[in-house]
Design a protein around this ligand. Sequence first.
Ligand code: P1T
Length: 387
Amino acid sequence: MADKRRKLGFETRAIHAGQRPDPTTGAIMTPLYLSSTFAQSEPGKHQGFDYSRSGNPTRLAFETCVADLEGARYGYAMASGCVGATTIVHLLSAGDHVVACDDMYGGTFRLFDKVFARQGIQFSYLDLTDPGALESALQPSTKLLWLETPTNPLLKIMDIAALSDVAHAQGVHVVVDNTFMSPYFQQPLALGADMVLHSTTKYINGHSDLIGGVVITDDDELAEQLGFLANALGGVQSTFDSYLCLRSLKTLAVRMRAHEANALQIARFLEAHPRVDRVVYPGLPSHPQHDLAARQMSGFGGMLAVYLKGDLETARRVLSRVELFTLAESLGGVESLIEHPAIMTHASVDPAQRRAIGIDDTLLRISVGIESVDDLIDDLDRALVAR
Ligand code: P1T
């Protein structure tokens, strides 16, 4: 008989956590509870749900399942990854200070720089691949350390455990945007972080058919504040999108393994390609933080950054020649995407800052899908060699 004390495996929890056959019908899939409101038998007395902004049974099943996969008890599903970030930053007040990594999704940077900085929150952006850099950046007013690891688009890796130790010694909460790895490959809370953010638009949903986000914590106090803010700000995920995310979690493990296997082969192919200057992939020994990645993550994910030999015109030519790869923003779907960060996803980052951190005109970002890898390699090869 199975040892009941053993923690269930990731794949098992991805399929069952937070879910039971529907008590009224026996349906094994969590029903889509589209109701905006719920009957009360007397004022204030109900069966756990009163209004769908505050809580919805389908959304709760997804929140419980995804939180479980991050090793946590609380999840708050949001209308987008950006709303998730917005909700977290609302834990702060004007005058508070945030230390953030210097490379991150352009939309998160825009939210900090163009929205919250105007409301009196202060931000310092730092290369945190050296954990020693954090100490001198902390101020008495620092409340939050914001990490995105691996970063978007340059795939820099930060030491979550070491940075969390430094932050916690000063009473600073740590957020990790875990979008690129998904809980399958990286579990930041176990490494010391206090909150995890995902754009569920990416790997968690994995099929490029919704926009969503989720904020996860195992800290009772933070959970209470985040739950309050989720309801008060109101940017919660729709029931239908929660249903799709719940369904997608069931295949997260197999999808992530397939993304990674394809990405590793493509990374090796590109690294040896005469038209490629440099490939950045955490799974390659040439990645500057390869050892840390191998220690802190259980896999290397499906994202690649590629510097071409040439110039902007070379990049444009390659992007116009690919056929299986679609030129599009976003990532983490089953289909392969390719994009130009400087013109597309990171256009909101100041050009000088972009160049300083390495987002130049020859940089392409690839989200490797789960198609047949030989077809993907042929497609890239054709696009690279074409004149
Ligand atoms: O798009 P949205 O669901 O709001 O998620 C924002 C977001 C947050 N964090 C990371 C690491 C992200 O990559 C994103 C969204 N990124 C893209 C759309 C992109 O193409 O990079």
